[in-house]
Ligand binder design. Structure first.
Ligand code: ADP
Length: 352
């Protein structure tokens, strides 16, 4: 059951991982503390300057005035078009705690909010159902799953049980990376899908640190699987997966005054981000030789195996604060994001 649809984008030899930088405005706390902006932008260029000298160029750079709709239209809407053509897609939100990852992804800002505030995930849901309504010749089956990686354990966020189920990853020759026993809910409407998102959000692990009282200390992956069947016999089949990932805060531990369990969490969270950084570096250095890519070093990198170096259209949105107090973390985030720009994925459509 390979994808039998006509795929126009098949000519692409490789698909580069795209990287967007989003700088949020100064927040009231930073203004009250007298923070000054330490980031500047080059008009008309996707360039960002940190402090007085260091300039970085990315695929997209969004300044603090950029609205949610523009971020979505420029960076994520093309990925959604790919999903209808049988590609997989991944959006990764990266950055220190408080830099705007959750705001950008819209994990906790769903359709009930002011329209301007609605972030990436609810917009993906809305546009997906719009696209489906324009393709009456195709039969769609949509499923969602939502998981969290917390202290190197995978937790099912859509499980109805009060006990948080800890799951394991297995590699299936046919389907690739699978989480054994993960709840997959079949959904028929945008409202159902948003409800799944909200249900999962209410189960997420939140901890309080010195940096942000409600910062999420885990990686969260919301996955929409889009199966399409066409033809008189419905024998032309295609399945694309859209992973929407809100990564844990990238800050180093000393700044968060973490202790005890919180420190253990920090170490495990950073193990995921550290491994992700190593995978990104190894993929970026790949010059055609078969380089060892250390996907197996963490749960996060195993889960993202297809998204980085695999058959996915992938976007990393690195969120940053403009405040001078965060200059060091911001420069670290930009360096991390800069390495991700070197990755080239392989444009194979889902096939078995
Ligand atoms: P993170 O998920 O990275 O910890 P949040 O998304 O919670 O950070 O953002 C921290 C604060 O900054 C929140 O109060 C959020 O509303 C605000 N914020 C983030 N990005 C923006 C933006 N682009 N425009 C306006 N406010 C923002």
């Amino acid at each position: 059951m390979g994808c039998l649809f006509p795929i126009q984008v098949m000519e692409e030899k490789v698909i580069p991982v795209r990287v967007a930088i989003r700088c949020r405005p100064l927040v009231p706390r930073e203004l009250a503390e007298g923070c000054e902006p330490c980031i500047s932008f080059v008009p008309g260029e996707p360039q960002i300057i940190v402090g007085t000298e260091k300039a970085f160029t990315f695929d997209y750079v969004f300044d603090p005035a950029t609205e949610q709709e523009e971020v979505f239209n420029v960076t994520v809407a093309p990925l959604l078009r790919g999903i209808f053509n049988g590609y997989n897609a991944t959006v990764l939100a990266y950055g220190q705690t408080g830099s705007g990852k959750t705001y950008t992804m819209g994990g906790t800002y769903t359709t009930t909010q002011d329209d301007n505030e609605v972030g990436v995930i609810p917009r993906v849901i809305h546009h997906l159902f719009n696209g489906i309504s324009q393709r009456s010749e195709t039969e769609f089956v949509l499923k969602v799953s939502y998981l969290e990686i917390y202290n190197e354990e995978i937790i099912d966020l859509l499980c109805n049980s009060k006990d948080r189920l800890v799951l394991s990853i297995r590699e299936d020759a046919k389907e690739g990376i699978k989480v054994a026993g993960l709840t997959e809910k079949t959904v028929c409407t945008a409202e159902d899908m948003v409800r799944c998102l909200e249900m999962g959000n209410s189960s997420r692990s939140v901890g309080s640190t010195a940096m942000n009282a409600v910062s999420s200390r885990s990686h969260a992956i919301f996955t929409i699987s889009v199966e399409q069947k066409r033809g008189a016999q419905r024998d032309s089949y295609c399945c694309g997966k859209f992973h929407l990932v809100d990564l844990a805060g990238s800050e180093r531990q000393k700044k968060t005054k973490a202790e005890g369990d919180r420190l253990k969490e920090g170490i495990n969270i950073n193990r995921g981000l550290l491994s992700l950084g190593n995978v990104i570096s190894a993929l970026g250095e790949d010059s055609g030789k078969k380089n060892h890519i250390p996907y197996r070093d963490s749960k996060l990198t195993r889960m993202l195996q297809d998204s980085l170096g695999g058959n996915s259209h992938t976007l990393m949105v690195a969120c940053i604060s403009p405040a001078d107090a965060n200059l060091e973390e911001t420069a670290n985030s930009l360096r991390y994001a800069d390495r991700a720009r070197k990755i080239k994925n392989k444009p194979i459509v889902n096939q078995d």
